[in-house]
Design a protein around this ligand. Structure first.
Ligand code: NDP
Length: 282
C-alpha cells in the first residue's frame, strides 16, 4: 500500500509501447474508482534493461505493472514468486511489488474466459497459434472444461504446447467447423502495419485449417488481435452471423483482472471499454 500523500504508480512495460491502449483504459478505470492519487503510464523498456527496470520500480512508488510483448516470459523468470497459473502458462503479464518482492501473475487466461459470452464447459474449441497467448488460451479453456484442438504454422511448437498443457493437435486439412463451438485466434495473423491485406490474412488462416467461409451463426469467434477497423477474421465472423469477441474486449478483461489485483476494487468495465475504444480515434 502507498505511503500517504504519495502517488501510487502503475505502468505497462513493453518494446515498443507507444501504441498501447492500456494507459488510457487504466487511467479511466482509476478515475472512475475515485483513486485520484494513482497513475498508470507506458514505459518503453528494451529487453536488456527489463530486469534492472523492474527491480527499481518498488522504490520509485510503483505498486505493479503490466508486461507485454516481448517481456512476458522474462517477467516470469525474474519474479520472486509466481502463481501456479503463470508458471503453467510460462508467461506473466502482471507484476505486483510488495514487501520487497516481485510477484507474477497471468491475467490473459482469466481475461479470455471472462470475455466469452457463455460457459466454456463442454465447448468444442480450436485455438489457432502456439505462442504465449495461445498457451494462456489453452490453459484457460482446458481448465474451464472445454475440449481443445490446437493448430499452428510451426508444428513443433504446437506439439510442445499440447504435451505441456493438454489439448489435441490438429492433424491438418480444413478444421471441421460444423463440429466446433468456439474458434480462438491467438496467432498474430490480422496484425498489420499501414497496409490492410484481407486476402493475405484469410489465406494465412486457411493455411492452418480455418476456412472462414465455413463459419456459421452457431460458432463463437474470438480474435485476440485488435486493429483499427477490425481484423479480417472479425469481419468474416460477423458476416457469417457468428458471435464475435474482438481483441479489445480481451484487452479490457485482462486489464480489469490486473487492476483488481493491484487495487482490490472491482474494475469498472464500461469505463475501461469506452476508453479503450476511444483510444482508437486518437
Ligand atoms: P507469439 O509471438 O508468442 O506467437 C505468435 C503466434 O502467431 C505463433 O503461433 C506464430 O506461429 C503465429 N503466426 C505469426 N505470424 C503468422 C503467420 N503469418 N501465419 C501463421 N501463423 C503466424 O505472440 P503472442 O502469443 O504473445 O501473441 C499473439 C497475438 O495475440 C498477438 O497479435 C498479440 O497482440 C495478441 N494478444 C492480444 C491480447 C489482448 O489483450 N487482446 C493479449 C495477448 C496477446 P509460429 O509458431 O509458426 O511462428
Amino acid at each position: 500500500m502507498p505511503l500517504s500523500g504519495r502517488r501510487t504508480r502503475l505502468a505497462v512495460l513493453g518494446h515498443p509501447i507507444a501504441h498501447s491502449r492500456s494507459p488510457a483504459m487504466q487511467v479511466a478505470a482509476l478515475r472512475t474508482l475515485g483513486l485520484e492519487d494513482w497513475s498508470y503510464e507506458a514505459i518503453d523498456v528494451p529487453p536488456e534493461h527489463l530486469a534492472e527496470r523492474v527491480r527499481a520500480m518498488a522504490d520509485e512508488g510503483f505498486a505493479g505493472a503490466n508486461v507485454t510483448i516481448p517481456h512476458k516470459e522474462a517477467a516470469l523468470a525474474l519474479s520472486d514468486e509466481a502463481s501456479e497459473r503463470a508458471r503453467a502458462i510460462g508467461a506473466a503479464n502482471t507484476l505486483s511489488f510488495a514487501e520487497g518482492r516481485i510477484r507474477a501473475e497471468n491475467t490473459d487466461a482469466p481475461g479470455l474466459i471472462a470475455a466469452l459470452p457463455g460457459s466454456a464447459r463442454g465447448a468444442r474449441t480450436v485455438v489457432l497459434g502456439a505462442g504465449g497467448a495461445a498457451r494462456a488460451a489453452v490453459w484457460a479453456l482446458a481448465g474451464a472444461g472445454a475440449s481443445v484442438v490446437v493448430t499452428n504454422r510451426g508444428r513443433e511448437r504446437a506439439e510442445r504446447l499440447v504435451a505441456e498443457l493438454g489439448g489435441e493437435l490438429h492433424r491438418g486439412g480444413p478444421l471441421p467447423l460444423s463440429e466446433l463451438d468456439l474458434v480462438v485466434n491467438a496467432t498474430s495473423i490480422g496484425l498489420r502495419g499501414g497496409d490492410h491485406d484481407p486476402g493475405g490474412e484469410l489465406a494465412a488462416l486457411k493455411e492452418i485449417g480455418l476456412e472462414v467461409d465455413q463459419l456459421s451463426d452457431r460458432t463463437t469467434v474470438v480474435d485476440l488481435v485488435y486493429v483499427s477497423g477490425g481484423t479480417g477474421l472479425v469481419g468474416a465472423g460477423m458476416k457469417a452471423g457468428a458471435t464475435v469477441v474482438d481483441g479489445l474486449e480481451i484487452l479490457v478483461r485482462q486489464g480489469a483482472a490486473s487492476l483488481e489485483i493491484w487495487t482490490g476494487h472491482e474494475a469498472p468495465l464500461e469505463a475501461m471499454r469506452a476508453a479503450a475504444n476511444a483510444a482508437d480515434l486518437r
